[in-house]
Design a binder for this molecule. Structure first.
Ligand code: GLC
Length: 535
């Protein structure tokens, strides 16, 4: 079977809806305050009721948890905090029984500094694992080898006093970057991928897919903007042109190699391709040849303001560049939740739901972040409650990620049905109305609307019908059709009119006030609609 690469990116994931589970905060089965694998298994029925096809679980491997699991110390293990292999196998079996697929988070850009490879690597300059990581001498005046910075603040280099050399880490010092120019690292990951495929996973979400290979000459990155000390780590990182540390051509070679491994198992490669300015032409390179990643997350929709021109820029360019193969997220564990981004309060929530009407009907793979379906805003935590190292390790006010990572409110019992114990991070000021239990029995709740929306998608979306824009840049209503379905979102003021193409259109779903007339639709502000051609 080896060597069989199916050209093109089609597969069972076409037409699927994904769901991101941030495992620590989803469901805790044993009362230690941290979500776990059996907790997920207990909620699979809920996920299939909601209309989910594909679940992505964030890292559950053994880890010192410096970055809450994105610092892996054993790629083929399970941290006892999250359960056992028995729990894992049971989760996969149960999921498959219910028609759900499961993809797991592969973290290849860096390991934990507690990984035996790194411990060995740092033990001596002659160690056989030294070349698994990037070690360099200081400059002649004792400084780090170049001007690269870490996503999480400060230089990307840490000096190892003992050997007198620096090692590279694009994230925390506890997350040393692996050297993907070393064939042994490549072989290690082949084995890791095979290991999890043999445990029946349906694919991988690839962490930091843009970062794997580096320019080995390691020149300074050009500076785009003046840096000052009031900037957050994210702003500092964005002040460089990451010409030599990110998005190197070698990344695609690695993913092409992995296609050989996953295609015979019909498994999905979904990449986190987080690139500056989210340039769709660069992101699309990861999918467009049809033999690298099957799907790549395109993150601009997670940062776009509620403004028609920015929305047009975001969606038109991306869909021109990679019409079928992008993945769309409303929120994630790394960014503020959509209702908060769109202004908060009831308006922010309504906008997030209206926006989903657009996002979920685009070609490609939509992925819901746990809690999106409840209309949850981010939680504002007190300074002393913060856990994310991006927040706790930086002096200036930063864009820490805790607010999106608080536990899911399942019911209104103590611990909101998330845990019998003390949650690892405060649940925050959620109310009964935020809970799954309440929303599931309340007609018109956010949850029930999401469920309806996903059902309409399943019943009506013609997967083979390409997207055609119904409106253009001069309209504040962003609208497209796919076969006999129109999706429309009003980002402008009240009273926007959408003229309908020929045919008898019916209003299948709407958010906010939407009036269907004979040949047109009138939209109030913050509204959206799905229209279906009567047969
Ligand atoms: C990705 C993850 C993020 C993590 C980082 C480093 O961006 O989504 O949570 O901190 O990679 O692994």
């Amino acid at each position: 079977m080896e060597g069989v690469i199916k050209k093109g990116n089609a597969g069972w994931w076409d037409g699927s809806v994904g769901y991101e589970i941030y495992i620590r905060s989803f469901a805790d089965s044993d009362g230690d305050g941290v979500g776990d694998l059996p907790g997920i298994t207990g909620k699979l029925e809920y996920l299939s009721w909601l209309g989910i096809d594909l679940v992505w679980i964030t890292p559950f491997y053994p880890s010192p948890m410096a970055d809450f699991g994105y610092d892996v110390s054993d790629y083929c293990g399970i941290d006892s905090l999250f359960g056992s292999f028995e729990d894992f196998d049971q989760l996969i079996q149960e999921a498959h029984k219910q028609g759900l697929r499961v993809i797991i988070d592969l973290v290849p850009n860096h390991s934990s500094s507690a990984h035996p490879w790194f411990e060995s690597s740092r033990s001596s300059v002659d160690d056989e694992y030294r070349g698994y990581y990037h070690w360099r001498d200081p400059t002649t005046d004792g400084k780090p080898p170049n001007n690269w910075v870490s996503h999480f603040g400060g230089s990307a280099w840490t000096l190892d006093e003992e050997s007198g050399q620096y090692y590279l880490h694009l994230f925390l010092p506890e997350q040393p970057d692996l050297n993907w120019n070393n064939p042994r690292v490549i072989q290690e990951f082949d084995e890791i991928i095979k290991f999890w495929l043999s445990r029946d996973v349906d694919g991988f979400r690839i962490d930091v897919a843009q970062g794997l290979t580096k320019n080995m000459l390691m020149p300074d990155n050009p500076i785009r903007f003046q840096i000052n000390k009031n900037m957050s780590p994210r702003q500092v990182f964005a002040s460089f042109d990451h010409r030599y540390d990110l998005d190197q051509a070698g990344n695609l070679e690695i993913f092409r190699r992995w296609r050989n491994l996953v295609d015979p198992h019909d498994a999905l490669l979904l990449g986190e391709v987080y690139l500056r300015d989210n340039d769709p032409n660069r992101v699309s390179r990861y999918v467009s040849s049809g033999d690298a990643l099957h799907r790549a997350f395109y993150f601009a929709p997670m940062h776009v303001p509620w403004d028609p021109q920015s929305m047009w820029d975001t969606f038109r360019d991306a869909l021109d560049a990679a019409p079928e193969d992008l993945s769309w997220a409303l929120s994630s564990h790394d960014d503020p939740r959509a209702p908060t981004r769109f202004g908060g309060g009831e308006e922010g929530k309504q906008r997030a739901l209206a926006y989903s009407v657009l996002l979920f009907f685009l070609p490609g793979l939509p992925v819901i972040f746990q809690g999106d379906e409840l209309g949850l805003p981010s939680i504002e935590l007190e300074l002393e409650e913060l856990a994310d190292p991006v927040a706790t390790r930086n002096a200036v006010e930063t864009d820490g990620r805790d607010g999106a990572r608080t536990p899911i409110p399942w019911d209104s019992s103590s611990g909101f049905g998330f845990t019998h114990g003390t949650p690892w991070i405060p649940i925050g000021n959620r109310s009964e109305k935020d809970t799954v239990e309440y929303q599931q029995k309340t007609q018109g709740s956010w949850l029930m609307q999401y469920q309806t929306l996903l059902q309409i998608r399943k019943d009506n979306l013609e997967l083979d019908s390409p997207l055609r824009w119904v409106t253009a840049r001069d309209s504040d209503v962003i609208s497209f059709s796919r076969g006999g379905l129109i999706s429309a979102l009003n980002v402008g003021v009240s009273g926007q009119i959408l003229s309908l193409p020929n045919g008898q259109w019916e209003l299948a779903f709407h958010v906010g006030e939407v009036v269907l007339n004979d040949r047109s639709v009138v939209f109030a502000e913050n509204s959206a609609a799905i229209l279906i051609l009567a047969s």
